[in-house]
Design a protein around this ligand. Structure first.
Ligand code: C5P
Length: 402
């Protein structure tokens, strides 16, 4: 299918061994209907010949500021305006560093700086170069500048070392590009609160009651909603995740009470809330100021008191705003989910199936059924959490009055 028909793609190629895959990526773009202009760095030409790329793209490859034979000036400004999307694959550590710092010493970087279109990069380098703090700093800068990073994969590297740093496969890069063009700006002007992750309820300065929630589902929802143009407040419990999307304001909290306080405050300015956090139902009545000592007795009594139900609190005050909750059930899942939706005043509930090994805590995939108050429900196959996030947002967008 011609998924990229009529799209103008500037394909930037830099000097890494993965450049041999760029010819195949170019072929995939062309087959999908795109018009592609290749811009290659001087080092890139050491790895793949412009003749191959020109033949595949049907256009002369741009590399220097001036054409060698005619002396004609290549306008990076025109290229930047022509582009619907710029994809740099592979992106070496050096190019990433130059992009992050605006060092415009070749045609590719000047084109990047002139580009009015979105930019994606697929980094490729040795594992130590990828892990180096300077590379990670530059990547964070690019993310902050709005560049989409197609994270490198793990596996055998050209150095014969094994680790993270391989350029993502051309098919996956194509998928990301297709996703980019099919993405809707459907949530422009909407403000959405997302809760994510676990809560930690402190027992003493070194111990807490927590759970296995990784926060991945909530972060995927925040990222997908931001990509659709929404302004997001992401209130998250303790997680090991990062998000750099400029449309996401992140608030870190620890306990259910802190989460409630932050969520209530943010909800005041929102059109909807998606509550994916795994909030602890109970917290110790007292947090001991000093570390609890091992007692002589065999038993330690810990008195727990019920935590506030954030979903129910927001459900009471929501008015016209929409509220989406989650249910993770081990038994009688369907009826329990519907009961929860009604009790908490939700407009829709996302039921995670714990029976499916591809669903649940700390996985990259999830399998859900979405149930709405109008009685409709839809069961989805197991998918990447980002795609599940898309399904949840599609359903939210379909709610009357949203
Ligand atoms: O009652 P249960 O924990 O199964 O409900 C799950 C839904 O309610 C989730 O959307 C969760 O984020 C939300 N919840 C909450 N505050 C709590 C408990 C759950 O917001 N204290």
């Amino acid at each position: 299918m011609q998924t990229l028909k009529g799209k103008h793609i500037v394909l930037g190629i830099t000097g890494g061994i993965a450049a041999y895959k760029s010819a195949y990526l170019l072929r995939l773009f062309i087959k999908a209907g795109a018009e592609v202009q290749v811009v290659i760095t001087p080092n890139g030409k050491e790895f793949i010949t412009p003749a191959t790329l020109a033949a595949l793209s049907g256009k002369p490859v741009v590399s220097e500021f001036f054409a060698a034979n005619t002396g004609e000036w290549h306008s990076h400004v025109d290229l930047g305006l022509w582009s619907d999307l710029m994809v740099i694959a592979p992106a070496t550590a050096s190019t990433i560093g130059k992009m992050a710092n605006g060092i415009a010493d070749n045609m590719l970087i000047t084109t990047y700086l002139s580009a009015k279109s979105p930019v994606m990069i697929a980094p490729a380098m040795d594992l130590d170069m990828w892990a180096h703090p300077s590379t990670q700093r530059n990547i964070a800068t690019l993310e902050h500048d709005g560049v989409e990073i197609i994270q490198p994969a793990s596996g055998e590297l050209a150095s014969h070392l094994t680790g993270r740093g391989r350029m993502e496969e051309p098919e996956e890069i194509l998928r990301r590009v297709e996703l980019h063009f099919s993405r809707k700006e459907s949530l422009c002007g909407k403000r959405i609160l997302v809760t994510a992750g676990p809560t930690y309820e402190d027992i003493d300065p070194v111990r807490f009651i927590g759970n296995y929630s990784s926060g991945k589902m909530g972060f995927a929802i925040a990222e997908e909603a931001a990509a659709r143009g929404a302004e997001i407040t992401l209130v998250t419990g303790p997680v090991a995740l990062h998000t750099e999307h400029p449309g996401i304001k992140r608030i870190d909290v620890r306990s259910a009470r802190q989460m409630l306080e932050a969520a209530e405050k943010a909800f005041a300015d929102c059109d909807a809330a998606i509550l994916s956090a795994a909030v602890a139902d109970y917290a110790p009545e007292h947090r001991h100021e000093t570390k609890l000592k091992r007692e002589k007795t065999d038993c330690l009594d810990l008195k727990l008191v019920r935590n506030p139900d954030i979903a129910a609190v927001l459900g009471m005050i929501k008015g016209e705003r929409k509220l989406v909750g989650f249910a993770l059930e081990t038994d009688n899942e369907h009826d329990n989910a519907i009961g929860k939706m009604k009790k908490k005043g939700l407009d829709m509930i996302v039921l995670n199936s714990l029976r499916n090994p591809l669903a649940g805590f700390n996985k990259n995939t999830n399998q859900v059924t979405i149930i709405k108050t109008d009685g409709t429900e839809k069961e989805y196959p197991a998918k990447d959490k980002r795609d599940v996030a898309g399904d949840i947002l599609d359903q939210l967008e379909s709610l009357p009055g949203f």
